[in-house]
Write a protein that binds this ligand. Structure first.
Ligand SMILES: CC(C)(COP(=O)(O)OP(=O)(O)OC[C@H]1O[C@@H](n2cnc3c(N)ncnc32)[C@H](O)[C@@H]1OP(=O)(O)O)[C@@H](O)C(=O)NCCC(=O)NCCS
Length: 216
């Protein structure tokens, strides 16, 4: 993909950041090897690879997945969309978006978007899974391992997730992992022609929290 397209995709991906890019940089492909690999038993968390596009598109091209995500997640989701996503994910530095793989196929994704300015201690945590893999405990496992992993490897104190109120399965995944319910953002989402509330959940790095709140 030409660099200007890559920058355009990055800007779209970061469109909710409120100022200049402070901590995420874009690097040319192959600038750094992407070798993330964590075996969680029921799935593998790993870097996206060039051969993943077909399985990503197969699992992502589903309105039941899209309805719970931002509109920047395409629908229909084509192999070309998947190729662009892989290219972007592999260029982000630090690498923060990973594939969820089962039996060699990419069946979902997990990632964070670090916030900026005074909110830079927080990152939005996001995830999706292909419908064929729902209900097997996969995302509960992913969140259990990846939330502490992000808090450890990034300069972050808080991870948060905003869940559309019509998505109780996602709320359950976070509750099972002891995320705190922080509140309801009423009528804050307009998706597929409908207004919807968002539920905010968060989890903290307790050690960093104690350190930084000392003296309150
Ligand atoms: C939400 C999603 C990530 C869940 O992944 P998953 O691997 O199926 O989740 P798990 O199997 O680990 O756990 C789901 C839990 O929700 C429960 N659940 C499912 N549907 C539910 C419903 N309608 N109401 C209440 N609980 C529900 C399940 O019973 C399970 O809880 P249990 O283990 O106590 O029985 C997956 O459905 C998905 O990717 N959906 C589309 C994209 C999305 O919503 N992303 C998150 C955006 S915030």
């Amino acid at each position: 993909m030409p660099l200007y397209n890559k920058q355009k995709s990055l800007n779209l991906y970061l469109s909710e950041r409120d100022d200049k890019l402070t901590s995420i940089r874009i690097k040319p492909p192959n600038a750094r090897e992407k070798t993330m690999r964590i075996d969680l038993g029921n799935c593998l968390i790993r870097s996206f690879e060039n051969g993943d596009a077909a399985s990503i598109a197969k699992n992502a091209n589903n309105k039941k997945v899209w309805i719970n995500l931002r509109d920047r997640f395409p629908n229909p989701y084509t192999v070309r969309d998947a190729e662009e996503w892989i290219d972007l994910a592999r260029c982000l530095d630090p690498e923060s978006n990973f594939a969820i793989a089962v039996d060699g196929q990419v069946v979902g994704g997990v990632g964070i978007l670090q916030q900026s300015d005074v909110h830079a201690c927080s990152a939005e945590f996001g995830y999706w899974l292909g419908e064929a893999y729902w209900g097997r405990g996969i995302m509960t496992t992913v969140v259990r391992h990846m939330a502490p992993w992000y808090l450890k490897h990034f300069d972050l104190i808080r991870l948060y997730a905003t869940i559309f109120a019509w998505n109780p399965a996602s709320a359950k995944v976070l509750e099972k992992n002891d995320w705190e319910y922080e509140g309801r953002l009423k009528n804050s989402v307009y998706k597929d022609g409908k207004l919807c509330d968002q539920l905010v959940y968060a989890i903290f790095d307790q050690t960093k929290l104690k350190l930084h709140r000392k003296g309150d």
